[in-house]
Design a protein around this ligand. Structure first.
Ligand code: DGL
Length: 265
């Protein structure tokens, strides 16, 4: 039994989609969520810069005595592999790839993600590690993260932009679409207007919950069954008076504490 918190981080609101899945799956665990709002977006930055942010965020969450950290950002997860840290660190790419491989019937998988994730080919590599016969079609969706951060999740313009990004993947005959950015699940209703039930959609949250379960079981580090977690601590690196309203709007039902401003160097 280990009642220390689990750290979850993203550049902004996206990781809240993962947090939502984790809180639902692990009701006894205490979570700390870090939104690196001073440095968002990650998706357009170079791998070296994102790797630096990743390392700093992990070291910061370790100072808060996290027993493990979920990197709830695909762009940061894409540069995670070679690093070794003192605590288990779980990225979202391999779990998402596993879920996609388990889902596809026709061995044709589409991935929409940030430019950083697409350019890293992290999903292509992870999928081919599991099954070389699968074809992976990728498309970057650089306009989607700002739309979520602006809360334009239900808007005709957003629908059009999603159509432009997703339609080329559909025309390749994919039967499975990986939402390779944790901001995208907040656009799910709009994405489904384009996919019209014709493809299976894979999200990072449910996929990584499985990995977290294995990690906690392997280290015998699950929280005690009687632990009643306090509201999730929300940390941001930029002062954002509107952060909490937006976080609550995106994650209806999650018990979130008032955001705390932190400095990460
Ligand atoms: N949510 C992050 C991801 O999963 C990207 C957001 C950003 O570009 O900062 O890739």
């Amino acid at each position: 039994v280990d009642n220390r918190p689990i750290g979850v981080f993203d550049s902004g609101f996206g990781g809240l989609s993962v947090l939502q899945s984790l809180v639902a799956e692990f009701p006894n665990e205490q979570f700390i969520y870090l939104g690196d709002t001073a440095r968002i977006p990650y998706g357009v930055k170079s791998p070296a810069t994102v790797a630096k942010y990743l390392k700093q965020n992990l070291e910061f969450l370790m100072t808060l005595k996290c027993k493990t950290v979920v990197v709830a950002c695909n762009t940061a997860s894409a540069v995670l592999k070679s690093e070794t840290f003192a605590i288990p660190v779980i990225g979202v790419i391999e779990p998402g790839a596993e879920a996609a491989v388990a889902t596809t019937q026709n061995k044709s998988i589409g991935v929409i993600a940030t430019k950083g994730t697409v350019n890293s080919k992290a999903y292509v590599t992870a999928i081919h590690t599991l099954d070389t016969s699968i074809t992976v079609h990728q498309n970057a969706g650089p306009l989607l993260v700002p739309l979520v951060e602006e809360n334009w999740v239900d808007d005709p313009i957003t629908n059009l932009i999603i159509y432009r990004y997703v339609a080329p993947l559909l025309s390749k005959g994919i039967d499975t679409l990986v939402l390779g950015c944790t901001h995208y699940p907040f656009l799910l209703p709009a994405i489904e207007k384009v996919t019209t039930g014709k493809v299976n959609i894979v999200r990072s949250g449910p996929a990584v919950a499985q990995s977290l379960r294995q990690t906690l079981a392997g280290a015998d580090a699950a929280a005690g069954a009687s632990q009643k977690p306090a509201p999730t601590r929300l940390l941001t690196t930029d002062d954002s008076s509107t952060y909490i309203e937006m976080a609550r709007r995106l994650t209806v039902g999650l018990d979130l504490a008032k955001p705390e401003l932190v400095e990460i160097i």
